[in-house]
Write a protein that binds this ligand. Sequence first.
Ligand SMILES: [Mg+2]
Length: 346
Amino acid sequence: MKRILFLFNAHAGRGKIKNSLSDIIELFVNSDYEVTVHSTKGKNDAKETANARGEEFDIIVASGGDGTLNEVINGIMPLEKKPDVGFIPVGTTNDFAMNFNISKINVNAAKSIVLGKPYAYDIGSFNDHYFNYVAAFGLFADVSYATPQAFKNAVGRLAYLIEGAKALTSIQTYHMQFECGDEIIEDDFIFGIITNANSVGGFKTITGHNVTLNDGLFEVMLIKRPSNLLEFSGIMNSLIIGDYTNKNILKFKTDEIKYHSEKLVDWSLDGEFGGSLKRAVITNHKQAVNFLVEESVIEELEAVNDADSNYDDEKILTKIDEDEIINKFKNKVSLDYGIKDDPDEW
Ligand SMILES: [Mg+2]
């Protein structure tokens, strides 16, 4: 008989999982699994439990937010025999669940795990810590991506900022040297994001085109400090339309990237604080963990990749009109996310 460790954070999403616990357990039992249930007891418990007991099980089902899943992955990565992983997202929608189109209805997410096929997904490491889908610094990185609203509010605030004369001086810049294979990139940056995801904070254009979650490569985007407001507006516009030909945007794929900096840089890993560091090695571990997802989702992931490879990279703005860009950006943000005009309401 196959064994499931069902590990859940009872406090995630205001305890929403509690309503469906018995249905989920019954579903696992009826699908001929022996189920062990573990309710997590505070920070690091999911990681420690997954690490200590992971090898005893065929599957670990994690239920909670991105933080719970992040802990489970950190727990099983050092194991020689890793269990397959299923995820039941609870609470606010998160990007990771969007990658695999996982149902917000907990029992349906559990069904997808039982019926699911293993999809070998890349896992990132940031020094000695693992992340599932995003490592970031700068502009948005002080905001937890765990709540998409917080991310969107940050974008909204940015839209407000770019109208202000102080915009450029109020944005923190980081002088960093990145090393990627033989290439050295040294510059002043305002934002950097290293992802293995189809979207972050609901922004598809921030991760890029031709994203593949099992190719052993990250999507990297580094944004250089703009020297004037016009350049800054241009960057924001490029981000919205997904045009990476902007000279201030460095966009590439890599399996490993290192950085060092004279000053401490704050990082966010999977939406949680990832440390203040002067250097780090960020490595992609190709197909390191099998996620159980519906077969149709796996097919879709492949199909999306095919479609994306036809993306027209030649869509370049011919004329940059500052007001037009600011308005476009504000409209985009308020249309998509209902951002209010008054910054106090964010
Ligand atoms: Mg990839």
